[in-house]
Design a protein around this ligand. Structure first.
Ligand SMILES: O=C(O)CCC(=O)C(=O)O
Ligand SMILES: [Fe+2]
Length: 333
């Protein structure tokens, strides 16, 4: 007889719990009161600033959004619909593989080039997040030599194609952001000194008791910029002036947000904002985050041209690899 299913074993992921019809929330996912989200304190559907990348006002719109919100919706972004659709389809196929197949890629090392995991590093966390993810970490141009799951077989080609388009978009956004700051269009990208790209595919299965759980703890993204695709289920919330807001879903848009390192480079002009993901009782939710980050050896410091007597440096210089797992939200800058 197969051993009884142990719902407290966190390593196989949330999808595995759901597949085993776990009907109540295992204690590892019950957040302490102070960490829970309180639906009464969340403001309904906020309209993020929307930037049309093809419009004449794109630069001013991005400047406003990055200064005031740290987040914006991006339409006319140039990433073809079928490239995104293929990525979404194959990501679903991956998360619906058997647990045994997915566990071949299990790793708790966040720097692993490819890893399947649940929460972040489950063996080290007191309270787990209700999500599984597949993460690819690409150093500059290693798309071909990178590891990809064997199933679905086209995952490699689909992911490479997705990353190539997102990389073009990431570079374009850095150019517009540089110009918006009054800098040379290559300034932010030069400061990156070659990019690293992380594709984090997040899968949030339905949760038997969503209120004491969270899909993703409050955090700011530690890197440069993030470009997020999300499905239409909803669950992303951002904090603005101390209040939490649900982010509305727009099927035509990608969501872009400023990470901690661009906040540092811009000496705090562009804001890296705290956000989180909640889960729901009935629906599977998926999001795909593309982190466009400076390379590990890059020195992250406020850009000199942005400093003067009235605007002294707010942050000290540090290596990218030293900051990549410490976020501003944790107050360690
Ligand atoms: O799933 C989401 O909406 C948010 C994802 C996110 O914030 C992240 O992966 O850093
Ligand atoms: Fe995030």
């Amino acid at each position: 007889m197969a051993p009884a299913y142990d719902p407290t074993s966190p390593f196989k992921g949330v999808k595995d719990l759901v597949d085993h019809n776990v009907l109540s929330l295992p204690s590892a996912y019950i957040k302490p009161f102070e960490k829970r989200h309180n639906p009464q304190e969340v403001f309904e559907g906020i309209d993020l600033p929307c930037v049309d990348l093809q419009s004449k006002t794109a630069m001013e719109d991005i400047k406003f959004a990055c200064e005031e919100w740290g987040f914006f919706e991006l339409v006319n972004h140039g990433v073809p619909e079928d490239v995104i659709e293929d990525m979404v389809k194959n990501t679903h196929t991956f998360f619906n593989l058997s647990t045994t197949e997915k566990m071949k890629y299990f790793s708790e090392d966040v720097f692993n080039p490819m890893r399947f995991c649940t929460s972040l590093t489950p063996s080290k966390e007191s309270y787990l997040d209700w999500h599984d993810h597949l993460q690819h970490w690409f150093k500059c141009d290693n798309l071909d030599n990178h590891l990809y799951p064997n199933i679905p077989t086209i995952f490699r080609e689909v992911t490479k194609n997705y990353v190539k388009h997102m990389q073009i978009l990431g570079k374009k956004l850095l150019m517009v952001m540089s110009k918006a700051l009054g800098l040379h269009e290559n300034k932010l990208q030069e400061t990156y000194s070659n990019e690293e790209m992380i594709v984090q595919l997040n899968y949030y299965p339905p949760c038997p008791d969503p209120e004491p759980a969270l899909g993703l703890n409050p955090h700011s993204d530690s890197g440069g910029i993030t470009i997020l695709w999300q499905d239409q289920v909803g669950g992303l919330q951002i904090q603005k002036e101390g209040k939490w807001y649900n982010v509305k879903c727009n099927s035509n848009a990608l969501i872009v947000n400023v990470g901690d390192q661009v906040q540092i480079m811009t000496n705090g002009i562009f804001k890296s904002v705290i956000h989180r993901a909640i889960v729901n009782r009935n629906l599977y939710r998926m999001s795909m985050a593309f982190f466009f980050n400076p390379c590990a050896q890059a020195t992250i410091a406020p850009i000199q041209e942005l400093l003067d007597n009235q605007n002294p440096a707010q942050y000290k210089a540090r290596l990218s690899k030293e900051t990549s797992i410490i976020s501003i939200s944790k107050g360690k800058m």
